[in-house]
Design a protein around this ligand. Structure first.
Ligand code: C5P
Length: 227
């Protein structure tokens, strides 16, 4: 069947990337994690001292770093996954720490950061046959996407999922800290001035709080079959 663009948006830790990856695998599409790009900018700014944990973000300092930041994705056959590359270095795990998670929403609220990331995302998704997940993919990055999905689930369910994921990686961040992060990111992402998180009018809602990955696949396949 004809390849399309699939835009997946929604709240933090809803399993957007997991779902997007599974769709990409099923249909032979390219998967792009737009959140990883904002996380990579945040990691770079953190390493350069342009942002500090617990302090408000200095937008001018972050913007000054942008020309030095090169972000890409690369398949690592050894671990069988796509990894985020920041200036030639694999940062897939480094961008998922609680410090980066706590700073990424204010960094991604900066207009010039968004402009650059959106431009890059539009280049990466020029060809059809892509599935991209984020917060503004159906509203701003690919408003003409043939399929838009808006994901949501109970914050407690989402925090527990992320907790288990981090535990498996040996990261001992508490469930409370994760739930606080999930809730505050949702709030910041929904209330920022520039392209806030919101459902596109033509996005289908998927509440996956009580759904297994297999059930989500059945749901999307039925929709894909009708397109
Ligand atoms: O998807 P993920 O949770 O990794 O995204 C991290 C953060 O990056 C989000 O909380 C949001 O602040 C920002 N983001 C964004 N626009 C996107 C993707 C992510 O503002 N398209």
């Amino acid at each position: 069947s004809k390849k399309i663009t699939i835009a997946i948006d929604g709240y933090s830790s809803c399993g957007k990337s997991t779902f997007a990856k599974a769709i990409a695998k099923e249909y032979g599409y390219i998967f792009i994690d737009s959140g990883a790009m904002y996380r990579a900018v945040t990691l770079y700014a953190l390493n350069r001292g342009a942002v500090t944990v617990g302090k408000s973000v200095d937008a001018a300092k972050v913007v000054a770093l942008l020309p030095a930041i090169k972000i890409g994705f690369q398949f690592n056959a050894n671990v069988g996954r796509f990894e985020t590359i920041l200036n030639g270095e694999v940062v897939e795990d480094a961008i998922r720490t609680i410090d980066v998670s706590n700073l990424v929403s204010p960094v991604s609220a900066i207009g010039q950061v968004r402009e650059q990331m959106v431009a890059l995302q539009q280049v990466m998704g020029k060809e059809k046959g892509i599935v991209m997940d984020g917060r503004d993919i159906g509203t701003v990055v690919f408003p003409d996407a043939e399929l838009k999905i808006f994901m949501t689930a109970d914050p407690k369910v989402r925090a527990m999922r992320r907790f288990k994921e981090l535990q498996e990686k040996g990261d001992n961040t508490t469930l409370e800290a994760i739930e606080a992060n999930v809730r505050s990111r949702d709030h910041m992402d929904e209330t920022r001035d520039i392209s806030p998180l919101r459902r596109a009018d033509d996005a289908l809602i998927l509440d996956n709080g009580n759904m297994t990955p297999a059930e989500q696949m059945v749901w999307v396949k039925e929709i894909m079959n009708k397109l």
